[in-house]
Write a protein that binds this ligand. Structure first.
Ligand SMILES: C[S@@+](CC[C@H](N)C(=O)[O-])C[C@H]1O[C@@H](n2cnc3c(N)ncnc32)[C@H](O)[C@@H]1O
Length: 252
């Protein structure tokens, strides 16, 4: 089965000027009062979450496992006149890939840390930590896996997206596997004049991340000051137990 990240054009169907403004406002709120001039996102993908930071004056670097996603990120940055350094790397090896570099903030955006088992996630955080300047920050955003495992939601229907005369529908069905992992089945259907002419199925395999595991690992790495906010920060649900998606900004 083809992987969604081999189709950055499909991944980016949800991109819009509104989404750009939402992410820009999110960063303004989360970084308010902090001095962050340089940032590396170790799961930058096509840059939808991270590129808006350039309009706040942050110098950006990005890495990702997927060359296709990086290529699309590079094209979007160039079209917007944004300079960005991009490197292909697994975040579990990122300190070696970017050896000698340090940043005010090292980030992982888009729930990406849940792609690896929790033990590997701890290694990835240790690698990211090596790239953080003294007194710098780690920033992580993730789905609220504690509430997902409590509620076990199964179906997500997205608003239709349109490209030329084609309407694209996306539905997600989540399977809870006996080994504790969760598989997201993403079904895209493409229709013209109310008739489906193409279907594509992708699967994402996730390892739920308990927030206590994340915070315990950050604490063991020496991060004592941690701020938890919803993602996006403007979301009305500020309760860490129920917010569907959250971010942590931790200072070294
Ligand atoms: C859901 S996308 C998020 C992309 C982007 N951060 C965003 O929010 O739009 C997940 C990204 O994580 C990347 N990824 C998955 N496993 C990875 C790993 N082990 N190391 C680095 N990147 C990884 C994928 O290639 C993909 O680009």
């Amino acid at each position: 089965m083809q992987h969604l990240y081999d189709r950055p054009d499909l991944y980016d169907l949800a991109e819009s000027p509104e989404r750009f403004s939402m992410n820009k406002r999110h960063w303004e709120l989360v970084f308010a009062g902090k001095r962050i001039d340089t940032l590396l996102d170790v799961s930058i993908g096509t840059g939808g979450v991270t590129l808006p930071l350039a309009s706040l004056g942050v110098r950006l670097s990005g890495s990702d496992l997927s060359e296709n996603m990086l290529e699309q990120c590079g094209k979007k940055a160039a079209a917007a006149g944004i300079h960005i350094d991009l490197t292909q790397s697994d975040f579990r090896d990122v300190a070696e890939a970017l050896s000698g570099r340090q940043f005010d903030c090292v980030a992982s955006t888009g729930n990406s840390l849940a792609y690896v088992p929790n033990a590997d996630l701890a290694k990835a955080l240790a690698q990211m930590d090596r790239l953080v300047k003294p007194n710098g920050y780690l920033y992580l955003d993730l789905r609220n896996w504690d509430s997902i495992l409590r509620e076990r939601p199964r179906f997500y229907l997205y608003n239709p997206m349109h490209r030329d005369d084609v309407r694209i529908n996306l539905v997600q069905v989540w399977d809870y596997n006996p080994d504790g992992t969760v598989t997201f089945n993403l079904l895209y259907t493409f229709e013209r004049e109310e008739r489906i002419f193409q279907k594509k199925l992708f699967q994402e395999h996730y390892y739920p991340v308990p927030r206590s595991f994340l915070m315990g690992t950050l604490s063991a790495l020496g991060y004592q000051k941690m701020e938890v906010s919803p993602y996006p920060a403007m979301a009305s649900d500020k309760d860490p137990e129920t917010m569907p998606w959250y971010c942590i900004l931790a200072q070294k």
